[in-house]
Design a binder for this molecule. Structure first.
Ligand SMILES: [Zn+2]
Length: 210
């Protein structure tokens, strides 16, 4: 997964970097949308593939085409929304920083410095990591639902915070019901929120058979 995430991050980074050459400093909408869609579709399709492999190991078959269609539909729908959110945040910070810069009478370099976090690599990486986590979970859930192992969605799902790299899994309880379990990413990026959620139940996926 690491190599793919890296490749996706690179695409998003390039799109964001290219956008800084626009005269008005806004994001290049088409480039950003393509990069975002690529991140989401990449993450969702890994989520689907991993879930299918795990279900097949349990002897449960899944219609690969149907699940992938559902994952692609979700990615297309959510990409538009995400691009709007990214643009909105960028515009808001841009307006604030430009107003402050004009008032200050400082050199242009000062403005460039202030805007670096908005259009820079760090934000691109955070968006790519966070959205890959979201897409992966959506791919998992779509597969579990299609397989019939889950009837309901989880009560909460990753990401829980920017840069969240947590995931969900399903466990069968002794009564035959299936529960969602939160798996906190066990690395230096794990936040307090996720540490508390680690290995706890986050919703009933399927009720016990009668
Ligand atoms: Zn997390």
């Amino acid at each position: 997964m690491a190599a793919l995430t890296e490749a996706l991050q690179e695409q998003l980074r390039l799109a964001l970097r290219a956008s800084t050459t626009n005269p008005d400093l806004t994001l290049g909408a088409a480039g950003l949308e393509a990069a975002v869609l690529s991140v989401l579709q990449g993450g969702a399709s890994i989520g689907v593939d991993v879930a299918i492999a795990e279900l097949e190991a349990l002897g449960i078959g899944v219609d690969w085409t149907l699940v992938n269609e559902a994952a692609r539909d979700w990615a297309r729908m959510y990409a538009g929304q995400l691009v709007q959110e990214i643009d909105f945040t960028s515009q808001r910070i841009l307006q604030k920083e430009v107003a402050q810069w004009i008032a200050s009478g400082e050199h242009l370099d000062k403005l460039k410095e202030a805007l670096a976090p908005v259009f820079g690599e760090r934000r691109a990486q955070a968006i790519a990591a966070t959205e890959t986590t979201r897409a992966y979970a959506e791919g998992n859930i779509a597969t579990w639902k299609e397989s019939g192992i889950a009837d309901y969605g989880p009560s909460t799902k990753p990401p829980a915070h920017p840069n969240c790299r947590c995931s969900l899994s399903l466990v069968e309880e002794p009564d035959g019901s299936w529960q969602y379990i939160w798996n906190a990413a066990n690395d230096e990026l794990m936040c307090d929120v996720c540490e508390g959620l680690n290995q706890t139940g986050v919703g009933l996926a399927k009720a016990a058979p009668l």
